[in-house]
Write a protein that binds this ligand. Structure first.
Ligand code: V0V
Ligand code: CO
Length: 140
């Protein structure tokens, strides 16, 4: 079902500061930036590698406000790994299959994600405490 790790999402207070840190420390490059109002984030993707059905990235996330998923996470836990996203060939189908196994879906249908992708989240309490995202890259 999972083709690769698409990205690891990291919650941070200041996106520009963390982009600069990742660029100078690990020599990564920002390949996309977006404000996603629906998800309540300002985000940047730093490219790591190309893989099966799409690339793999670090996703840096700054909340648009305190009452958003990332804003609440920062207040409760501070900066750190917020979610892990797996590449799948078809998000709608993956949701159906995973939902059928009794895992709580946070999204019943795919939503708009970074770089034109389709995304959906699974409840962290049902996945070993890990907020899990499914990603279908465009044209895949
Ligand atoms: C909350 N919990 C987490 C968590 N966030 N556990 C692991 N990882 C996280 N990121 C735990 C929390 O500690 C609670 O456990 C429990 O889940 C319920 O959390 P809560 O604080 O009561 O509830 P909320 O209202 O904060 O909701 C949490 C969920 C919410 C996960 C339901 O954040 C959500 O719907 N997330 C999906 C959307 C999202 O995260 N979007 C931002 C990324 P205890 O303390 O009761 O034990 S956008 C993105 O990745 C994009 C655009 C992209 O990739 O393209
Ligand atoms: Co993400």
């Amino acid at each position: 079902m999972f083709m690769r790790i698409d990205h690891v999402g990291i919650a941070c207070h200041n996106l520009e500061e963390k982009i600069a840190f990742f660029e100078r420390t690990f020599e990564l490059t920002v390949v996309a930036r977006e404000i996603n109002e629906e998800q309540g984030v300002k985000e940047a993707m730093l490219h790591i590698a190309d893989g099966n059905g799409g690339g793999s990235y670090i996703q840096l996330l700054e909340p648009l406000g305190p009452d958003t998923p990332v804003g609440k996470f920062l207040a409760k836990r501070g900066e750190g790994v917020h979610h892990v996203a797996f590449g799948v060939p078809d998000v709608a189908r993956a949701l159906e299959e995973i939902g059928g196994k009794g895992i709580r879906l946070l999204d019943e249908k795919p939503r708009h994600g970074s770089m034109g992708s389709s995304i959906a989240f699974l409840h962290p309490k049902d996945v070993a405490g890990m907020l899990t995202e499914l990603v279908q890259a465009p044209d895949h």
